[in-house]
Design a protein around this ligand. Structure first.
Ligand code: NAD
Length: 290
């Protein structure tokens, strides 16, 4: 396939490289001066999109996605697919889907889980929204860039799944970290805490697979001075998207709201920027109730 790939950052770069490695013709564009193995660089987003069967975007936010879509949608041929893999607000995903449909293009919103390691290793999970035809066109590419693609429903459903998942993740990480901090103050050994909780009803992905306590459980960013991993500011981005969606859908999400407030404080006032999101544990350790 002829693929245009726009946004070749930490995630997009390795994803585009994996497509090129499988023999696809990939024409890339990034506003920064980047080089990606196997990818021919185009002079503009429009140049990367012109004549492509599929255009993939991997961009920072919904506003940038909308701006790029305004440029590339008119340049794409009818029947081609626009596949946005960025994490953006549901409203932007739906707006770009409508714009694409009006131009007789297929559209899939397909945010990912799996981080930079998953992008490099081709083991991402895609959560996709769009028509069955649109999903079918993108699926072979998801199979190269990832290990699993779930068709979640119509346009916007992929973003909805992503932010709901990450709202659970943020809330659960905070719960796991505050429980470890409490256990410390109660004199409970961390390994014992892990042994019990990881096999009891408090278990979760954050405890069992990504334990925030160093030296306990499987290797995680906690064992590497809390270097990300999944950075606290990216968790904050996703929590903000979840609360934006909750406001627009009139959903009551008190835990998500509190998680957003705590990650805002951590990132903006407590040196959480650049730390893994599990560094909430040392944050709680330093605090008392007051
Ligand atoms: P990044 O900042 O490394 O990459 C974004 C790229 O987009 C940059 O290279 C930037 O130069 C480029 N860009 C910005 N505006 C552009 C424009 N107008 N035209 C062309 N290129 C433009 O970010 P990332 O970590 O690769 O994340 C990309 C998306 O994936 C985000 O939406 C993020 O939330 C999501 N995501 C990231 C992770 C992660 O662990 N990094 C995990 C899951 C999802």
């Amino acid at each position: 396939m002829k693929i245009g790939f726009i946004g070749l950052g930490n995630m997009g770069g390795p994803m585009a490289a994996n497509l090129a490695k499988e023999g696809h013709e990939v024409l890339g564009f990034d506003r920064a001066d980047v080089q990606v193995e196997g990818v021919t660089m185009a002079a503009s987003a429009v140049a990367a999109a012109t004549g492509a069967d599929v255009v993939i975007t991997m961009l920072p936010n919904g506003q940038i996605l909308r701006a790029v879509a305004n440029d590339v949608v008119p340049a794409m041929q009818a029947g081609a697919a626009l596949v946005d893999c960025s994490t953006v607000d549901v409203d932007s995903a739906r707006a770009v889907a409508e714009q694409a449909a009006a131009a007789e293009l297929l559209f899939v919103d397909a945010p990912v889980s799996g981080g930079i390691g998953g992008a490099a290793g081709g083991t991402l999970t895609f959560m996709a929204g769009g028509s069955a035809d649109a999903f079918a066109k993108a699926e072979p590419l998801f199979d190269i860039m990832g290990q699993k693609a779930v068709h979640c429903g119509e346009a916007g459903a992929g973003q909805a799944a992503k932010i709901c998942n990450n709202m659970i993740l943020g809330v659960t990480m905070i719960a796991t970290c505050e429980a470890f901090a409490l256990a410390d103050k109660l004199g409970l050994d961390r390994q014992k805490m892990f042994d019990v909780v990881s096999t009891s009803s408090g278990y979760s992905w954050t405890m069992n697979a990504y334990c925030p306590a160093p030296g306990v459980g499987p290797q995680s960013p906690a064992d590497n001075d809390y270097k990300p991993g999944f950075a606290a500011e990216l968790m904050l981005k996703d929590l903000r998207l979840s609360q934006q969606a909750a406001t627009s859908a009139d959903a009551d999400t008190p835990m998500g709201e509190l998680a957003q407030a705590l990650y805002t404080q951590f990132v903006e006032n407590e040196e959480g920027t650049g730390m893994d999101f599990s560094a909430m544990l040392p944050r709680f350790e330093q605090r008392g109730r007051g």
